[in-house]
Design a protein around this ligand. Sequence first.
Ligand SMILES: C[S@@+](CC[C@H](N)C(=O)[O-])C[C@H]1O[C@@H](n2cnc3c(N)ncnc32)[C@H](O)[C@@H]1O
Length: 236
Amino acid sequence: MTTPLKAGDRHYRAYVGPPERYDLMGLSQMGLLFTLGVRESSRILDIGCGSLRVGRLLIPFLDAGHYCAIEPNRWLVQEGILHNLGFEMYMRRRPRFSHNSDFRYDGFGGRFDFILAQSILSHTEVGLARRCLSGLRDALTDQGLFLGTFLLPNRAESCRVDPEGEAWCYPECVSFSEPRVHALFQASGLAYWKLEWFHPRQTWYAASRDSGALDAAEVALMNGYARGFCPRPQHY
Ligand SMILES: C[S@@+](CC[C@H](N)C(=O)[O-])C[C@H]1O[C@@H](n2cnc3c(N)ncnc32)[C@H](O)[C@@H]1O
């Protein structure tokens, strides 16, 4: 009998998080992008793309060369291409990858309409989170949106909160308090919004160079309700 995979195991469906949510977390990122107006002409940067959990949906959808990603663990990208995308689609759409581990976004040429960081800032000590966010202003288009998740303390159980330092912590998580999230976005020079978009454990934030890129009415519409994963609504 084979042992079931658990989060953090060296397998392309487990290394990036609980394997039973592998499909769900790809779809929920795609749904968020749809809600925020992604088009096939959009340019997207996926920070810490792992084994192409959302990349397998985005790469066939976007124009060739418009999906760019950073992933220090090359093996994850290779497994993602092998199991999720296929070589034919890889050749057709030409996704672009960088394997840097210091949050450098300048190697792709041009700015991005969307920059994703799903479950990245839940593994960075404060100094590394600052570095992750500090390059975003220059990497986003004027109306471009950064979409990233933080693990807030009320859902973090035994994780360290606001840990000082520069380390990448994995597979364990770190948690940031809301004042710390606020300070990080302020230091990055971005306007930001806390979203209600569904995530089984973390909290989505959007950020932009332009404080008018989203407004309160739009944010209020975005809930990412996912049948079977969210509590059933009381009223329709
Ligand atoms: C929890 S996984 C999330 C993967 C992906 N965003 C997803 O939703 O499936 C974290 C990813 O960050 C990658 N990673 C580790 N260090 C990194 C760094 N310095 N910069 C960017 N990504 C990093 C890991 O290899 C892993 O693929």
